[in-house]
Design a protein around this ligand. Sequence first.
Ligand SMILES: NC(=O)c1ccc[n+]([C@@H]2O[C@H](COP(=O)([O-])OP(=O)(O)OC[C@H]3O[C@@H](n4cnc5c(N)ncnc54)[C@H](OP(=O)(O)O)[C@@H]3O)[C@@H](O)[C@H]2O)c1
Length: 271
Amino acid sequence: MAVALITGSSSGIGQHSALELVRRGHRVFASMRNLESAHFIEEKAQKERLSVETIQLDVTDADSVAAAIAHITERAGRLNVLVNNAGFGSFGPLEDYSDEDLKYVFETNFFGALPAMRAQRNGTIIMVSSISGLRTFPFLSAYSASKFALEAASNGLRHELRPFGIRVILVEPGNFTTRAGVNMHVPKRIAEGVAQGTRDPLYDTLWKRFTATSGIVPFGDASDVARVIADAAEAENPEARYLVGKDAEEIVALSPEDFERSMIKRMTLPN
Ligand SMILES: NC(=O)c1ccc[n+]([C@@H]2O[C@H](COP(=O)([O-])OP(=O)(O)OC[C@H]3O[C@@H](n4cnc5c(N)ncnc54)[C@H](OP(=O)(O)O)[C@@H]3O)[C@@H](O)[C@H]2O)c1
């Protein structure tokens, strides 16, 4: 039985992963920044007669992180699996992002990944990246930059930590149904309606065209991602990365030239 900590367990992939690991007999600390959301996972666990421990953890708050780790150490004495899942999407033309907007995205999606366990010399860290950590789509440039950064850091960390008995694994989902759409961040200027479309109508047209051609492949069920995360957590010799979803597989299968051509096509207005 492993002791696992999942960040961002109030909904979506984090919640599914926490429940999946509990189902498999592990002791799970399902963390979330707002414990008022704890009832969502607790009710689901109760229905299946599962036991999940919910704790407060905001990945952007060092005190909150330290308190959560101290709590787990005190209660369980160890941490074997850390799933760095907390994150959010961000959508908008890159030009509309202020430095503040970009820092906000990176604060959670990149800096929010917790590097734990070296002292323990044993464990697994799973980084929930994205297909956007491998390919960049227009209007998702900021999100993609944060996930590319997470990929780069994880790829180095994997080799730095292997000699200490710690595995670092990347999970790269395509589109899955979660609360990500509702929780989507947009740059402040867009939220306030002072840019995008109002500044240059061409953006508005391109935006509509791009979104109309997005999500053609139906979104997957987030429990599939959770199963991949749990399998990776339990694997004796895990892969370095797990791509999840038919859409993600199809995109990665495209050559860089074909991917470039497909983006150009989607961003070209018909005559
Ligand atoms: N869904 C997809 O299609 C997809 C695809 C690729 C990658 N991903 C990645 O999967 C991860 C989970 O997203 P999801 O799709 O499951 O979306 P979600 O349902 O919106 O879940 C995101 C979780 O992250 C939490 N979170 C955000 N900021 C946080 C912070 N500062 N501290 C702690 N928790 C925080 C949210 O908490 P609150 O409830 O408090 O906001 C929520 O629990 C993200 O890293 C996302 O980038 C998702």
